[in-house]
Design a protein around this ligand. Structure first.
Ligand SMILES: [Cu+2]
Length: 191
């Protein structure tokens, strides 16, 4: 399934303006304040990794939706800690009629997203989803995703089976969660 790129997901805008955003971030890095970066990267109490079999799932989050936008995006980081390959083959949520695994790809000069059957997880692999990249596409949302709420998600792996997790819903323009524990240990990007 191929979707028109522009109006569907906020990640598209982020990607199209990447050179500007990158320049802005570089400029900001030279300044003493990180306020603008902080707006995009929200500190949350990241729950401990969820494990199912050899698969570790971390940093589950979703973007709040604006108005009555019928689609949304959810993102997770996956790590295969075992010696055998596995695959993420699906996701479901009570918050949407349908959830699909999507990837963004260039189609000529246009960035489009398309549904994929699975996300491969070879032994030792670490896969991060994010706006403009791999994502769990939520179609026909039953209600808008509100910042601060939690989105229940069930992930289905070919070998490890099914696991239920909750994704923190961050702001409409969020680019990802910032782990407060990591920040406290000095690995974060905020004081
Ligand atoms: Cu998508």
């Amino acid at each position: 399934m191929v979707y028109p790129a522009v109006p569907i997901i906020n990640g598209e805008r982020t990607l199209r303006h990447f050179p500007t955003t990158a320049l802005l971030l570089i400029l900001l890095a030279t300044l003493p304040t990180t306020d603008v970066v902080a707006q995009a990267t929200q500190a949350i109490d990241t729950p401990a990794d969820v494990r199912i079999g050899d698969i570790a799932i971390s940093q589950p989050w979703a973007r709040a939706t604006a108005g009555q936008t019928p689609t949304g995006g959810a993102y997770i980081t996956l790590r295969n800690t075992g010696g055998a390959a596995d695959r993420l083959i699906g996701a479901t949520t009570p918050a949407a009629k349908q959830a699909e695994l999507h990837i963004h790809q260039m189609d000529g000069a246009v960035m489009r997203m398309r549904a994929i059957d699975a996300i491969e997880l070879p032994p030792g692999a670490s896969v991060s989803m994010g706006p403009g990249g791999l994502h769990i596409m939520l179609l026909a949302l039953k209600s808008p995703l509100k910042e601060g709420d939690r989105l229940p998600l069930t992930l289905r792996f070919e070998k490890a089976g099914e696991v239920a997790i909750e994704a923190q819903i961050l702001g409409v323009g969020a680019t990802g969660p910032l782990d407060k524990r990591a920040a406290a240990q000095g690995h974060g990007h905020r004081p």
